[in-house]
Design a protein around this ligand. Sequence first.
Ligand SMILES: [Fe+2]
Length: 153
Amino acid sequence: MTNCSKGAECKSVCVLSKILADTYSLLLKTQNVHWNVQSCNFWDIHLMTDGHYNDLFAAIDVIAERIRMVGGKAPATFSELASLSSFDEKITPGADGKGMLQELLKAHEAICKDLRDGLASIAELNDHGTADVLGSRLSFHEKVVWMLKASLG
Ligand SMILES: [Fe+2]
């Protein structure tokens, strides 16, 4: 993710851009579940995903503005975001409620991995502001991983 040869600032931009792209993919994936889930637990899933996509939407702005603060340009087209994300926004057609939650869980685990890798790769830069943004995103996604695992039993 961060085999960037353009120096310290670029490293933070690369890490943040990937997390922005992951967050956008996960926003769409979560809204897909919120809108299209069919399950005897519909209301629980509908409400839980409402909270999650609102958090993801707010986070996108925070991450994009941090990219600007460290000298980068925020990726802002679907094609650019799709090329940067570790996973796509799709949910398997025909997936039931449980399957949808499993797909969300996989995506949250993937973004946790990217956040941990990103934090490790910028550790030596003393870019505390970026580390703060990434750390706070990691806390959110770890909490959602717990919630989804608990929901899946
Ligand atoms: Fe809604």
